[in-house]
Design a protein around this ligand. Structure first.
Ligand code: AMP
Ligand code: MG
Length: 302
């Protein structure tokens, strides 16, 4: 996703560009106190990175994955609960227990390979969100299970940054955490924010969305992939097959109020395909999507 336009001059503004959660992040805050607020945004993302990382040995998720049972913070427990809820709502298309399969494909370590089919089938026996139990802050995973919040953590972080900035009295900001965009209010000149959706085929930004006070999150196979013997394999796994999802979608962009929901749903829609995405959006108020198909067709859902 590319941010196509910024507000004009005239008011105080501050931009922080940094690397976190394996991606480049940009936070631009307008109005009085902008500098302090953008610093606070950076600190908030770094705090969440430490809490939710799957690879950092000091994170709560790492501890859980290596002990199978663990007490976590209320915040982590609530986010896991939310991920499980979205898993149920999307009939398992979004599933944080897909981690053992992502590891096999090398998508976590960037040591990409096509795993043998029997290894994928074996790893799939350790997947299924319905087998996780959450009791208050106590999480229990069946042995061999591991969770990965990579499909939801950036959107959650963007939403938490939004809350932090609102608490500091900020009413105009744009937060872009590796393509997970969350906006606060409007641009200082009162225009809506213009968010460009990256062209999944690598050309210039193709579509754009005008929005205010919303999250705009894109998932696409172009974001991380490798090619083996002429075939391209990307990082979004279909939990039903253990292979990169092949739904015909090149990228799925979700627009809704909550960054957390937008992040998880964009991953899910990519797996679910066009028809199920249309059904989902028509039965859930406040959620719309822009689907770009492999054929290049652009579908505005709701
Ligand atoms: P995103 O870029 O938000 O679409 O999330 C993709 C990341 O989520 C991957 O890099 C994996 O860490 C993880 N992931 C892959 N497939 C799934 C899935 N079906 N459900 C939930 N998380 C997934
Ligand atoms: Mg996602």
């Amino acid at each position: 996703m590319l941010i196509l336009s910024f507000a004009g001059c005239g008011s105080e503004s501050s931009t922080e560009i940094f690397y976190a959660m394996d991606t480049v992040m940009t936070v631009t805050v307008y109005g009085s106190g902008a500098k302090k607020a953008s610093k606070a945004a950076y600190n908030e993302v770094k705090r969440l990175e430490k809490l939710l990382s799957v690879t950092d040995e000091d994170s709560e998720i790492y501890a859980l994955n290596h002990r199978f049972t663990s007490d976590v913070s209320e915040e982590t427990a609530a986010l896991i609960e939310m991920a499980l809820e979205i898993s149920r709502e999307t009939d398992g298309a979004f599933d944080i227990t897909i981690y053992p399969v992502s590891l096999l494909w090398g998508f976590i370590t960037k040591d990409y390979k096509v795993p043998p089919a029997d290894k994928i089938s074996e790893a799939l026996t350790h997947c299924g969100s319905e087998n996780i139990s959450v009791s208050g802050t106590h999480i229990n995973l069946p042995e061999g299970y591991m969770i990965d919040l990579g499909g939801i953590a950036k959107g959650y972080a963007a939403e938490k940054v939004k809350e932090k900035l609102l608490g500091m009295g900020i009413n105009s900001a744009i937060i872009s955490l590796g393509g997970n965009v969350q906006t606060i209010g409007r641009k200082p000149n009162r225009e809506q924010w213009k968010i460009g959706i990256a062209d999944p085929f690598g050309k210039e930004s193709s579509e754009s969305i005008y929005t205010e006070d919303s999250a705009v999150v894109t998932s696409g196979g172009y974001q991380r992939n490798f090619t083996h013997e002429g075939k391209t394999y990307h990082h979004i796994i279909d939990p039903k097959t253990g292979f990169p999802a092949e739904s015909g979608i090149a990228s799925a962009t979700v627009i809704c109020k909550s960054g957390t929901e937008a992040d998880a749903l964009s991953t899910a829609f990519f797996v679910m395909g066009k028809d199920k995405t249309e059904q989902f959006c028509s039965s859930h108020d406040g959620i719309s999507a822009v689907i770009i198909m492999q054929s290049g067709e652009v579908i505005n859902v709701k």
